[in-house]
Design a binder for this molecule. Sequence first.
Ligand code: FES
Length: 108
Amino acid sequence: MADWIPVAAASECPPGTSIERVAGDRIVAIANVDGRFHALDGLCPHQGGPLGTGALCGTLLTCPWHGWQFDVTTGRHRISATVRQVLHEIREQDGQLFVRFGDPGAGA
Ligand code: FES
């Protein structure tokens, strides 16, 4: 089982914003929707844009490079049902955010 990796202080990602952080050898986009945190793979599947630096509107995160939009609660692309961004587990403890990679390639 992969370990929880500290990625940021919760205060770095206020409600309605997203941030980009490195966790292990991965880039993670973290979004705060009304005080609830969500984590997804930080590299946009279109051309590798930095999703975490995009604009968050509600649950939709917009890639800053070409505007692809993802629902941070499901990972689904707004338009194409076949495109889905990988979600990661995220939790807050004592003001610190931790992520955990649950996929088989995470090196359990
Ligand atoms: S790289 Fe994200 S929309 Fe193109």
